[in-house]
Every structure is written in structure tokens, then in C-alpha cells.
Ligand binder design. Structure first.
Ligand code: C2E
Ligand code: MG
Ligand code: MG
Length: 611
């Protein structure tokens, strides 16, 4: 709860302005309708008997809630201004609150029973509707209903037009129809209240927003169907609800995204504890007959202590933290911090800069030589993208390619890369000083692979630059293949038929089973740098065995192997021994500008000084 015996509201901070004499409180007291002018009073609300609500200016035997004015707004708190907490709880629009800024048409109720009735849309009594002063002469009115759900006739106290407004007022639906949890709108409103209370009334009040995303939900939906997906979400919603304390709110924001407001935290470690509990509870096997699912969620946490001003900001940061959780292995939680904030702001700026990068000619391709290990001859280059940012200098693809994918800029950028790489290759082909016929490797992002006219576009590109498709090697990462095997297989077969060479990049880092390899029409396997870097001078460690098996298997399938990240002569020696076909790495050369790469190709590979 918000109030404890030791923490009380500082009435100076509250700065309660005088109540306007035009504000009128209409309430029901012991079966009488009472009209009362608000005159310099803070009101306390109590419950006398059954479900009747008593609103009194003073001296309620047991104070249930307090209404007061501050900063031009009307607040309601669950308890009194001395810091005593009510035990029954206070509900606004069906959600339990400890402190709340009232809005027009908010429905306030006081009892668990009333709350349950309210949610099931049956009759309820003991609720108070709050109306803004915009409706003349009316601050509150009691929407008490009798046991049959018939409203008590207190509306006759209002003038005709107000009656009409009240009766016709449609409340926006605040409940998510699938899970019956509060929806996005209800959640945003709730966070807004908490922010306002913290910023305007009590800076010691702390809360947290948790952004929750189900891991691999798409897989459940796609493979088991939407009905199972819906059932899964409903049951997950129940599990999430069970982890919360009184006063917290869980909502479904849409799709497989949920959010939680952790109210009135004593310390932020409390938020961490709840997040842990939540993940434990969620990850128990879920029986969605006839399947047993093992759900997991990624959670991002944003804490109110960062001084947020708007709901969008705090939810955005919780979302950013959730992305970090996803990107660093899923099924975990990450707390948003200022460093992340800085990063997120930079990324946001980079994102808008990236949109202009092509037009402003800020993108550039670097080329890293690929060498045949047996005779140390240059066979081609891998094209690696760089961004010459006017303020931040040279930015590597690991930073901005994911951004480009997310912003759907990757198609345009990918096409630019292809054109540039093919143009370069045609220039090398025409260069009399370059004897070898070279190939160029281009990295293709997973998003590009989903483009329906990819094969046609690639063919048009090589034709435009008059190069043969087999001089263009397309590198895709193995995880792409594993995620959607049937579709990938079809696409790769089409690419192969069109004459392109296909390579699997970063092999060994994904989930692929070696046995998958013979199903895909690939020409080249690139063994990830992480395996090569573990080969030590003695040539003994586990990755040596893995690398060895990859080479043997690839060769048995007629697939060539490129080792990435060759940095030392002992890497080279060992790989030569294993009959690895090609290599790439700083030992031969770092990625070079087009000009330096041309010089490199003209001279041929001269590295006798290294032997
Ligand atoms: P990748 O395709 O695996 O590229 C190899 C990366 O390893 C390059 O990093 C390269 O500079 C680095 N590298 C090469 N040899 C060595 C070595 O001996 N030691 C070490 N420590 N590193 C080495 P880079 O250029 O930062 O590229 C990173 C990744 O970005 C690439 O990994 C590729 O997946 C992606 N990428 C690069 N260009 C493009 C592009 O045009 N389109 C797309 N979609 N992705 C790209
Ligand atoms: Mg690559
Ligand atoms: Mg690679």
C-alpha cells in the first residue's frame, strides 16, 4: 500500500487550494440524498453499512478514502492524510489504486465485492461517479444502484442538460476482450496518474513499469494456430496477474505484449524480486492440450526514479530495456539505466540520420581479401558496409544494420550495397593489372530474403554491371535457414538456379544441425571467427574438433570452407593441415577501402615477410 504508519503526506507539499464554492458534492447518506457545497474542505469517505457510501466532510467513524484538491486537480487516496491506510481498498474503473487523480466519468468503488460486480457488468452499489466541474454545478454524484441494478434517482438533482450528458456518457472500453485484463488505454491512464502524483505531490513515491514480451510467440501462433495462441495468452495473463501485489496493475498492450505497473515500491530491489518471481511463475510448463509449452518472457523495467515527465517516455524506456533482454538471450529481465538511455537517444538520432545516409553518400564499402589457403592466392573480397557519419565518424555494420532492418531501410541499403559491389567487381574485371578473376561476397540480411522479387532484382543488378552471377557470392547467416526451412530452401534453390553462389556465414553460431547442410544447396561455409580464435599454438581444444568436423562434413557434401578471423600464422598452419579451402582475416588484411583493395589486387598477395 502507499501509506505506512511512518510515512505521511506532507500537507505543505499538498498545497491544497481552497475548494471552489461552485463545486457541489452530491452523495447518499443513510438513504438520504445530501447536497453539499465544497467549502475549504478536504473530504473523507467512509462506508457505514452494507454497500452504502458515506461521504462526509469530517468525523467519519472509519475513514475509507480521502478526496482533496491540489494543483487544480481532484485526487482521491486510499486512506487519510495522516498516512493511515484503508484496509478495504479503493478501486477506480476496476483497478485497485492507492492514489489517483480523478477524471470525468471515473467510477470509484470501495469493496472487493463491488469490484467483482462492476467487472461483470451486473448491478453494483456503493460507487461514486466523478464528473469534472465543466459540468456546471456538479462535482460528484453518486451512481448508487439498488440490488436489481436500478440507479437511485439522484439524477433529478441535476439540471436537464447535465442529466442528458451523464446518461449518454459512453465510457471508453478499458478491458482487453481476450484476456479480460485492462487494456493499453487503461494502463496509460494509470501510469499517468502515478507520474503526476510523483511529480506534483509526493516525490518519495516510487513505482516501476515492466514491459513484457513473450519469447517466440510467433512460433506458437504459426505452428499451433491462433486458437492455441489465444489460449496461451489467456493463461499467461492469469499467471502474470497472480504474481502481483495489491495495487499493482497488469495490462495487455496488444499482441503478445503485456505491461505491469508496480505501485508504491519501498525499494527498487522489490521490483527486481517481483520480476524474478514473475519469470519463475511464467516459465512453468503450460498444458495447452495436446501440447506442452514452455513459455518464457523477456522483461524490461523502467524505474520512476529517472524522473520521467510523460507516460510515453517511461513506457518507451521499459520497452528499450525489454529489447536488451531479448537481444541478450531472452527469458530474462533488464533494468533500464541512464547509459541505455543515452544509447537509445543516440540510436534514435542515428535512425533519422540513416534515412538520409544514402542520398548524402555517407555509405561506403570496404573490401576484405579472401585467400585460397593452399596456394595463398587472392580469390576475391568480402564487401563490408561502413557508414561515414558526419559527427560520429566511421560506424560499423553491427551498429546500424539492425537499425536499418528495423526501420525497413535495409532493402534500399541492401540494393545500394549490391550495386556498389557489382560496379567495383566490373572495374576490377576491366583492370588489366589484375590478373586473377575475382569474386565478391555480399552479406544479405534476413529481411532482404523475404523480399518477393529478390531473385529478379539480383539478376537485374548483375546484368546492369555486366558480371556473371557466379562471381557474386551471397552470404546469409545460418539462423535464417533454421528459422524457416521450407521457404529458405525454395528461395536458395531459385538463387542457385539463377547462377549465384551461396554461402552460409558465421557457421557454428546458430542452432543448425550439421545434418541440415545437405538439404540446402550451398556452395560455401564460413566457419565463424569464434572457433578459429580458439585454435591455440598446440592445436588442441574443443573448437578444434568442431572446426575439423565442419570441414570434413562440408567436403563430403562438396561444399567449400572459408575460415573467418585468421589472425595468426598458427591458425593458418593448422587450417592448411585440415585442408580448409579459403581464409579471411587480419593476417592477410583488414577490410580495405576500394582504392586500397584495388592496389592489393593489382599487387597480388605478397606476405613473404610473414613467413
Ligand atoms: P561478417 O559477414 O561475418 O563479416 C566479418 C566481420 O569480421 C567483419 O566485421 C570483419 O571486419 C571482421 N573480421 C574479419 N577478419 C577478422 C579478424 O581476423 N579478426 C577480427 N577480430 N575480426 C575480423 P564488420 O565489417 O564489422 O562486419 C560485421 C558484420 O556486419 C558482418 O559479419 C556482416 O554480418 C554484417 N555486414 C557487413 N556488411 C554488411 C552488408 O552490406 N549488409 C548486411 N546485411 N550485413 C553486413
Ligand atoms: Mg559475411
Ligand atoms: Mg561472418
Amino acid at each position: 500500500m502507499f501509506f505506512t504508519q511512518t510515512s505521511s503526506i506532507d500537507s505543505k507539499k499538498l498545497d491544497i487550494p481552497e475548494a471552489r464554492s461552485t463545486d457541489i458534492l452530491v452523495f447518499k447518506e443513510e438513504n438520504k440524498i445530501v447536497v453539499k457545497k465544497l467549502d475549504k474542505e478536504t473530504l473523507t469517505i467512509g462506508r457505514s453499512s452494507d454497500d452504502d457510501v458515506l461521504l462526509r466532510s469530517k468525523g467519519v467513524s472509519r475513514c475509507h478514502a480521502t478526496v482533496y484538491f491540489s494543483e487544480g486537480a481532484t485526487w482521491i487516496i486510499d486512506g487519510d492524510l495522516k498516512g493511515r491506510v484503508s484496509t478495504n481498498g479503493l478501486f477506480v474503473n476496476g483497478a485497485k489504486v492507492s492514489v489517483y487523480r480523478l477524471n470525468q466519468y471515473d467510477v470509484i468503488s470501495f469493496q472487493r465485492g463491488v469490484y467483482a460486480l462492476f467487472l461483470s457488468q451486473k448491478s453494483c452499489s456503493g460507487t461514486v461517479n466523478y464528473l469534472e466541474e465543466a459540468i456546471q454545478n456538479l462535482a460528484y454524484f453518486i451512481a448508487g444502484k439498488n440490488a436489481e441494478g436500478i440507479p437511485i434517482d439522484q439524477l433529478s438533482l441535476l439540471d436537464q442538460s447535465t442529466q442528458a450528458t451523464v446518461l449518454n456518457a459512453e465510457r471508453a472500453p478499458l478491458i482487453d476482450s481476450l484476456t479480460r485484463l485492462p487494456n493499453r488505454e487503461a494502463f496509460f491512464t494509470r501510469v499517468q496518474k502515478s507520474l503526476e502524483f510523483r511529480n506534483k505531490i509526493l516525490s518519495d513515491y516510487n513505482f516501476a513499469v515492466l514491459f513484457i514480451d513473450v519469447d517466440r510467440f510467433k512460433m506458437i501462433n504459426d505452428s499451433l494456430g491462433h486458437l492455441v495462441g489465444d489460449d496461451f495468452l489467456i493463461r499467461l495473463a492469469r499467471r502474470l496477474s497472480r504474481c502481483l501485489r495489491e495495487g499493482d496493475m497488469v495490462a495487455r498492450l496488444g499482441g503478445d505484449e503485456f505491461a505491469i505497473l508496480l505501485d508504491d515500491l519501498r525499494s527498487f530491489s522489490e521490483a527486481i524480486d517481483i520480476a524474478k518471481r514473475l519469470q519463475q511463475s511464467v516459465s512453468k510448463p503450460l498444458d495447452v492440450a495436446p501440447h506442452e509449452l514452455y513459455p518464457s518472457v523477456s522483461v524490461g523495467i523502467a524505474l520512476s526514479s529517472l524522473g520521467y515527465q510523460t507516460v510515453e517516455e517511461i513506457i518507451r524506456d521499459a520497452d528499450t530495456a525489454m529489447y536488451h533482454a531479448k537481444n541478450t538471450g531472452r527469458s530474462r529481465f533488464v533494468v533500464f539505466d541512464t547509459e541505455m538511455h543515452q544509447k537509445a537517444t543516440n540510436l534514435l538520432r542515428l535512425d533519422s540520420d540513416l534515412r538520409r545516409a544514402i542520398d548524402k553518400r555517407q555509405l561506403e564499402l570496404y573490401y576484405q581479401p579472401i585467400v585460397s589457403l593452399a596456394d595463398k592466392k587472392l580469390i576475391g573480397f568480402e564487401a563490408l558496409l561502413r557508414w561515414n557519419h558526419p559527427d560520429n565518424g566511421l560506424i560499423g555494420p553491427d551498429t546500424f544494420v539492425p537499425m536499418a532492418e528495423e526501420a525497413n531501410l535495409i532493402y534500399q541499403i541492401g540494393q545500394w550495397v549490391l550495386d556498389e559491389a557489382c560496379l567495383q567487381l566490373s572495374q576490377w574485371k576491366a583492370n588489366p593489372a589484375i590478373k586473377d578473376s575475382l569474386s565478391v561476397n555480399v552479406n544479405i540480411s534476413s529481411k532482404q530474403l523475404t523480399e518477393s522479387r529478390l531473385v529478379d532484382r539480383l539478376l537485374a543488378t548483375v546484368r546492369r554491371h555486366d558480371i556473371s552471377p557466379d562471381a557474386l557470392h551471397l552470404e546469409v547467416t545460418e539462423s535464417i535457414l533454421m528459422e524457416n526451412t521450407v521457404q529458405s530452401l525454395r528461395l536458395l534453390s531459385q538463387l542457385k538456379q539463377a547462377g549465384f553462389k551461396l554461402g552460409i556465414d558465421d557457421f557454428g553460431t546458430g542452432y543448425s544441425s550439421l545434418s541440415y547442410l545437405n538439404r540446402f544447396p550451398v556452395d560455401i561455409l564460413k566457419v565463424d571467427r569464434s572457433f578459429i580464435s580458439q585454435i591455440d599454438k598446440s592445436g588442441k581444444n574443443t573448437s578444434v574438433n568442431i572446426t575439423n568436423s565442419i570441414i570434413t562434413l562440408a567436403h563430403s557434401l562438396g561444399v567449400k570452407v572459408v575460415a573467418e578471423g585468421i589472425e595468426g600464422l598458427y591458425h593458418l598452419a593448422w587450417l592448411q593441415q585440415q585442408k580448409c579451402d579459403y581464409g579471411q582475416g587480419f593476417l592477410f588484411s583488414k577490410p580495405l577501402t576500394a582504392e586500397d583493395a584495388t592496389r592489393f589486387a593489382e599487387k597480388g598477395l605478397d606476405w613473404t615477410w610473414k613467413c
